[in-house]
Design a protein around this ligand. Structure first.
Ligand SMILES: Cc1cc2nc3c(=O)[nH]c(=O)nc-3n(C[C@H](O)[C@H](O)[C@H](O)COP(=O)(O)O)c2cc1C
Length: 315
């Protein structure tokens, strides 16, 4: 998620769930090809399995970016056809690509020809006033026929390209989970992953009755410990889920190490992702306060332990 997630978030997420697939925020293909690829693409193997999401609409550039990304070791490359932001529309990529399925097919084919890892797509159920099921099925059906893409992540609401902010575009257009379920029924050979407004494990379990997977965005950010049960609930793992105590000590060690290793890393870059770790628990407010107060500027990772010890209820 742009401006929210980064490698520090993914490190934390991977401590909480060993098996969940993680996706990067969208990175523009041009930035990878013409910019500092190392800065945009570098990740720690611990984050894997990890997919890179690319934005763009120029097949040759997407192919070049995909090739570079595959060399970095990503497990999957995803094409963003769901972002409605005005800036992204101006660049003629993201959700507005849903209006040009042939160009999307061209992009996906160019990417797939460049790499041997899977290519996937993330899209909406429609754009603007296009709210019927059939055009969505035609979009997916065309891509199935014309490309080798078999993984479709579907944000189950329309993108309104005019008049709504990106935030409103995640809240106002109605959710149509039934459309996504129907896609799975009509295209059983495709891997259909549902996304949008899902926030509990019970909801995930219900969606898995109808689809192959569930993508969680905001809830996994604001309440990361939601992911703690996923390995045993959804991946059959027998490992004991990580405790807060263990996680926080691991994150303390990680943050201390990052501060030593990398001069440009500051404590805030990491702890901003930790604020939701005590979501719904006693001491959550104290935890967030300490991790946001002026002591952050000292860049001493021990602040994480101070916050944890202070947030604990007295025995
Ligand atoms: C701050 C923010 C940034 C986002 N950035 C991206 C992005 O880079 N790529 C993408 O495919 N979706 C992005 N999204 C959308 C989410 O991936 C997701 O589709 C949407 O929030 C609905 O799912 P949720 O209800 O589980 O959050 C972003 C969402 C938020 C809140």
């Amino acid at each position: 998620m742009l401006d929210w997630t980064d490698r520090h978030y993914r490190y934390m997420a991977r401590q909480i769930s060993r098996h969940t697939w993680l996706y990067t925020e969208m990175i523009h293909a041009g930035a990878v090809v013409h910019g500092d690829a190392l800065r945009f693409l570098n990740f720690s193997p611990i984050e894997m399995p990890l997919a890179l999401q690319l934005g763009g609409s120029e097949p040759s550039k997407l192919a070049a970016a995909a090739k570079i990304a595959a060399e970095f070791g990503y497990n999957e490359i995803n094409l963003n056809c769901g972002c409605p932001s005005p800036k992204v529309q101006k660049g003629a990529f993201g959700a507005c690509l849903m209006n040009n399925v042939d160009l999307v097919a061209h992009c996906l084919n160019a990417m797939q020809d460049a790499v041997s890892i899977p290519i996937s797509i993330k899209h909406r159920i429609g754009v603007d006033k296009q709210t019927e099921y059939q055009p969505l099925a035609d979009f997916v059906g065309t891509l199935r026929r014309k490309t080798a893409c078999r993984i479709f992540i579907v944000h189950a609401r329309n993108a309104w390209l005019n008049g709504l902010s990106p935030k409103e575009n995640r809240e106002i257009p109605p959710l149509r989970y039934d459309y996504v379920y129907r896609l799975k029924r009509e295209f059983p050979d495709l891997e259909i992953i549902i996304n949008g407004g899902i926030s509990t494990n019970a909801q995930i379990a219900e969606h898995l009755q109808h689809t192959d997977g569930v993508m969680i965005g905001r809830e996994a950010y604001h309440n990361p410990m939601l992911m703690r049960d996923w390995d045993y609930l959804f991946y059959g793992s027998e490992h004991t889920p990580i405790s807060h105590e263990e996680l926080i000590h691991t994150l303390h060690a990680y943050a201390a190490d990052q501060l030593i290793q990398n001069n440009s890393t500051i404590l805030r870059h990491m702890v901003r992702h930790y604020l939701g770790l005590l979501h719904g628990q006693t001491g959550a407010r104290r935890w967030r306060q300490i991790l946001s107060d002026s002591r952050l500027q000292d860049n001493n990772a021990d602040l994480i332990l101070t916050a944890w010890n202070t947030a604990q209820p007295p025995l």
